[in-house]
Design a protein around this ligand. Structure first.
Ligand code: BJW
Ligand code: ZN
Length: 251
């Protein structure tokens, strides 16, 4: 099994090495080895807590304290969490491919902490807050917030600057992701269950334009049968191996 996946990594690296416009799309699985819970499956963030109770604007209007509590807990946990070898391998890939872009569904900022510079955040970020009254954004990185934080300017309730179900994605991030996806020669899809739209469609946008599709996950998803390579295993293992082989081929 190890030999088989190692040789698949080598084959994938051989195909990636001559390319320039290589991009990646990440999901919660890339941060799992740092200790961040994923959303779905056993031990997921929403296990025992219905999705609609925390991840919709309606839920926030109905029960802002409950929704804020969910985000307060995650913000607190993230303060002591570090990027892992998977994040670091992706930061290294930015130096290997001139047309690199990293699209993430994650709100944890761990890619930036690992050194990635070009990060497109599709679902916002957990450290910024937004005023429900005047729309102003405030950077509240690492801060402990009151249970129901309010705006310094207009006193209205603040909300996490994340994208909930039924909400439109930030237009600049979506446009950048669309552009990168349509121009890329290869796309790595890492640690996502590929069920949430529009992110789940991006691999298909790339594939329809002839891009090589490489999926990295610990389990198969609905994308797997359409991927050119499925690199099975924790991203913190497969991605550093991929980078190592790429470096050898390039040198
Ligand atoms: C490992 C690993 C290791 C574990 N190594 N791998 C078209 C059709 C049907 C519905 C829709 C549609 N278009 C839009 C919708 C509605 C909706 C949607 O997609 N619904 C589906 C669920 C059916 N989408 C939206 O509402 C989006 N808005 C939108 O499209 O606006 C326009 C519109 C609106 C309404 C109708 C039509 C158009 C917004 C989506 C916002 C998602 N927000 C969340 C919360 C963000 C804030 C927060 O963090 O709290 O984003 S939900 C949650 O899911 C979060 C994630 O970013 C997202 C994706 O989850 P992800 O990352 O894939 O995590 P998991 O847990 O699902 O998977 C982890 C994976 O990792 C697994 O595969 C593991 O195996 C793997 N793994 N360890 C490698 N070590
Ligand atoms: Zn305000």
């Amino acid at each position: 099994m190890v030999t088989e996946s190692r040789s698949l990594i080598e084959q994938a690296a051989q195909q990636l090495a001559p390319l320039q416009r290589v991009i990646a799309l990440t999901g919660a699985g890339i941060s799992a080895e740092s200790g961040v819970a994923t959303f779905r499956g056993a031990g997921g963030l929403w296990e025992g807590q219905p999705i609609e109770e925390v991840a919709t604007p309606q839920a926030f209007t109905r029960q802002p304290a409950r929704v804020w509590d969910f985000y307060h807990q995650r913000r607190k946990k993230l303060q002591s969490i570090q990027p892992n070898a998977g994040h670091q391998a992706l930061a290294e890939m930015e130096t290997l491919f001139p047309g690199w872009a990293l699209i993430t569904q994650n709100v944890d900022r761990l890619h930036q902490l690992a050194g990635s510079r070009l990060v497109i955040e599709l679902h916002g970020d957990i450290w910024t807050v937004r005023c429900t009254g005047c729309g102003q954004y405030f950077d509240r990185t690492g801060e402990e917030l009151p249970p129901l934080p309010t705006c310094d300017r207009c006193k209205a309730l603040l909300r996490p600057n994340v994208v909930w179900f039924g909400e439109i994605l930030p237009s600049d991030a979506l446009a950048a992701a669309e552009m990168a996806t349509q121009a890329c020669q290869a796309m790595l899809i890492i640690g996502t269950s590929s069920v949430v739209q529009p992110a789940a469609s991006m691999a298909y946008w790339a594939k329809s334009r002839g891009a090589l599709i490489i999926e990295c996950n610990i389990e198969e998803t609905s994308l797997t049968s359409d991927a050119d390579f499925f690199l099975s295993g924790p991203a913190g293992t497969t991605l550093p191996q991929l980078v190592e082989v790429l470096r050898k081929i390039r040198n």
